[in-house]
Design a protein around this ligand. Structure first.
Ligand code: 5GP
Length: 185
């Protein structure tokens, strides 16, 4: 069974990170998280918390490489700003299904760009008194950073390009691309 014919000439993106490279990195990050949380898993529940919608594909692949009993949950947030830049004003559009007090929480994000969204989110989650809180982001664009954000587990550092695919969208489309592309139009 071959891959679908993505990367056609008329598509508005070109491949930046291949599906194979993503799969390899998910395995490495999952193994690292498994090692780091094996001891903690004995003392409290582990919640892997995906940020909707961009992290959904990453969450599905990463979580299958975490060889520990984990809970999956999701939080929906929207950040206000213009098309290319978040303002730091963030709204929770869908809250967690269960409290995270006294649990080990690993937040799974698609991308840390300016850092405003994740900064707000981590501060909000910290007020709920988890036993521990860490951040796993698939992508980081350090050139755009405006807020210092500690990324405990990082997939890839990328240049200052608008990217799409593997969960990330252009106007809600193209989240289903199996690779990460940069926008060419
Ligand atoms: P922030 O600038 O607050 O770090 O990022 C806010 C959100 O903007 C991210 O969670 C992500 O949804 C979106 N975003 C930032 N950079 C990109 C990008 O290159 N491509 C796409 N599709 N979304 C992005």
């Amino acid at each position: 069974m071959g891959s679908p014919p993505w990367n056609r000439d008329q598509d508005p993106f070109a491949e930046l990170i291949s599906a194979d490279a993503i799969a390899q990195r998910c395995a490495e990050l999952g193994a690292q998280i498994t090692r780091d949380y094996a001891e903690r898993a004995k003392s409290a529940d582990i919640v892997v918390l995906g940020v909707l919608k961009g992290s959904v594909l990453f969450m599905a692949d990463l979580s299958r490489h975490i060889a520990l009993p984990i809970y999956l949950d999701f939080i929906g947030i929207s950040s206000y700003g213009d098309d290319t830049k978040s303002s730091g004003v963030v709204q929770i559009t869908q809250d967690l299904s269960r409290p995270i007090a006294d649990k080990h929480v690993i937040v799974v994000e698609d991308i840390v760009d300016t850092g405003h969204t994740v900064h707000y989110l981590m501060e909000n989650l910290a007020t709920r008194k988890p036993a521990s809180l860490s951040l796993c982001s698939l992508l980081h664009k350090p050139e755009r950073s405006e807020r210092e954000v500690k990324i405990d587990y990082l997939g890839f550092t990328i240049p200052n390009k608008f990217v799409v695919g593997y969960g990330l969208d252009i106007a809600q489309q193209w989240r289903n691309l199996p690779f990460i592309g940069f926008v060419t139009t």
